[in-house]
Design a protein around this ligand. Structure first.
Ligand SMILES: Cc1cc2nc3c(=O)[nH]c(=O)nc-3n(C[C@H](O)[C@H](O)[C@H](O)COP(=O)(O)OP(=O)(O)OC[C@H]3O[C@@H](n4cnc5c(N)ncnc54)[C@H](O)[C@@H]3O)c2cc1C
Ligand code: SF4
Length: 503
């Protein structure tokens, strides 16, 4: 029987399986969804321009496309079609919450080809283990897809993981070639006009700055972005993937998460392209392996965990964190060089690399005891690649330890010393990362000890925290009181955007 293919905004694959045998295509721009919460202007732009380019390309490929603009919701359009007797088919949605809503509206699903590991395969791998180690999953995928294997079936280079050769701290003068930026087209201008109109009417609440589009939204642009990355930056990805140097916004990350999450980049092709560059002698093993670990390992693992635990995430709050999101995350100045510079950069671009997300933004939320869903909502608002499936595992699981160690063996809590080692922020900050008490004490360092103290009973059995907890126990009680006072000032004044204590 003929059907209508429903193409969702994050499933823009050229070979979307719903298209097979379809006699029509429906594409819906849901204004209801865009207006559900505050959104970075650049994210709204990318989603809309991606959809509109897909409509253009599908028509050019000969499909008859119904393009619904300013719709109340996607399910409302699907319901109208199914009630009129049409059969609507969609690739299984990526976001856990979209599945029941579309099913209730009458859509039928076919298997998606957007991920290398389908949800059911991930669930079979996970079995009934309470802790799912990404590294185990990653090795299994390397074997299964024969990626970076030697003739003996073991890993090339004799190791599965070259992490120890990666993550070097930044060095002065480190620079990188400029990433590929797509050329904008008339659809970018059209989207800008629509966003301006909807913002003026109060129909959408946009945050952050506009600017030239920096991310690929079509398969052709994504291909160019991938090749530019592999040729100009992948060779150095391994050693410098975590480094961030003041004045250099992007160093070596691929900036491929947007095309990945829109579905315009096939992840297995990406993995194969990186492996080819290694085998051709253009890229050292620690860079090829480090990058492949992100795509074949982390990305697939996060997607699998998001679906496997979809019913549990809303209740996960292992550290009983209840604080609201501090105003400093919306741009009020805290006076902390690390936080202010990162938020400013996110506001301007909608992007930050992994370590800024985890060890600056996520770490500060963890130390400040921010409630996990307040954190998730902020990340979803603030980032150009903020898909729903990505958020619970990364923000709640990895950054906030809300699942009590389901994804990580210890909370990723760090004080000023870590920041000082891995970034150049501290050099330009009024605080001293080595000090934990006094007026010039680093707030992160004080909050770090305060965090350990608040959770010392809960974390006592964690072997990876034996040393920090022993150091905590050695702190003189008067000094601990002073540390906690400094931490309170950080939470009540500085993070609230009132560093001088003013109301
Ligand atoms: C608190 C927090 C929030 C995050 N929010 C998002 C988000 O909204 N959207 C998003 O796509 N990723 C998110 N991530 C994961 C990761 O930080 C980004 O995918 C990455 O920084 C994107 O930049 P890149 O493309 O330059 O990545 P690279 O460092 O070049 O990595 C290559 C690719 O691997 C994939 N990848 C790597 N790590 C992850 C991961 N942990 N989860 C999913 N995919 C991964 C991405 O597709 C990425 O493009 C988040 C991580 C944390 C800790
Ligand atoms: S001294 Fe502390 S607050 Fe300042 S940049 Fe370093 S870590 Fe951040």
């Amino acid at each position: 029987m003929d059907h209508i293919a429903l193409i969702l905004g994050d499933q823009l694959m050229r070979d979307n399986p719903a298209l097979e045998g379809a006699d029509r295509v429906v594409v819906v721009e849901s204004l209801g969804r865009l207006s559900r919460r505050r959104l970075h202007r650049r994210r709204a732009h990318l989603v809309l321009v991606g959809l509109r380019c897909a409509v253009r390309d599908l028509r050019e490929a000969g499909f008859q496309v119904e393009h619904h603009r300013e719709a109340e919701s996607i399910p409302s359009v699907v319901r109208a079609l199914t009630q009129a007797g049409e059969r609507v088919v969609c690739a299984r949605p990526n976001d856990p919450s979209s599945r029941p809503r579309l099913q209730e509206a009458g859509a039928a699903f076919v298997d998606s080809n957007q991920f290398i590991v389908p949800d059911e395969a991930f669930a079979a791998w996970a079995g009934d283990h309470a802790t799912l180690r990404m590294e185990d999953f990653y090795r299994e995928q390397r074997r299964r897809h024969e990626v970076l294997l030697g003739d003996d079936g073991g890993p090339v280079g004799g190791q599965w993981n070259f992490d120890a050769d990666n993550r070097r701290p930044p060095k002065a003068g480190l620079t990188a070639p400029t990433p590929y930026h797509p050329r904008e087209n008339e659809l970018d201008d059209e989207v800008r006009r629509d966003l301006d109109r909807w913002a003026a009417d109060g129909r959408v609440e946009l945050w952050g700055d506009d600017g030239p589009r920096q991310f690929a939204v079509t398969p052709a642009e994504a291909e160019r972005a991938l090749h530019s990355f592999i040729e100009t930056r992948l060779p150095w990805f391994g050693p410098w993937q975590d480094a961030r140097v003041d004045g250099e916004r992007i160093l070596y990350p691929s900036m491929l998460s947007v095309p990945h999450n829109l579905g315009v980049l096939d992840p297995l092709r990406v993995v194969r392209a990186a492996e080819r560059a290694y085998r051709g002698g253009d890229v050292p093993i620690q860079s090829a392996e480090g990058f492949i670990r992100q795509v074949l390992g982390w990305r697939e693992y996060v997607h699998g965990v998001a679906h496997l635990r979809r019913r549990d995430w809303p209740d996960r709050n292992a550290l009983e964190a209840t604080a609201p999101l501090p105003e400093a995350f919306w741009g009020r100045k805290s006076g902390w060089a690390c936080l202010d510079a990162t938020v400013e950069s996110v506001e301007e671009t909608g992007y930050a690399h992994h370590i800024e997300r985890l060890m600056v933004l996520g770490n500060i939320m963890l130390l400040a005891g921010v409630e996990p869903w307040a954190a998730i909502r902020w990340f979803q608002t603030a980032f150009v690649d903020g898909a729903e499936w990505v958020m619970a595992p990364n923000a709640a699981g990895m950054a906030l330890y809300a699942d009590g160690g389901g994804m990580t063996t210890k909370p990723y809590a760090a004080g000023g010393n870590y920041m000082n080692r891995m970034s150049e922020h501290c050099g330009g900050c009024r605080y001293d990362p080595r000090r934990r008490t006094g007026d010039d004490a680093c707030p992160l360092t004080s909050l770090y000890w305060d965090f350990l103290d608040r959770h010392r009973d809960r974390l006592a059995g964690n072997r990876r925290l034996t040393m920090p907890l022993r150091n905590l126990a050695g702190i003189d009680p008067d000094e601990l009181t002073a540390i906690k006072q400094r931490a309170r000032r950080a939470l009540e004044h500085e993070l609230a955007g009132r560093p001088g204590g003013e109301e």
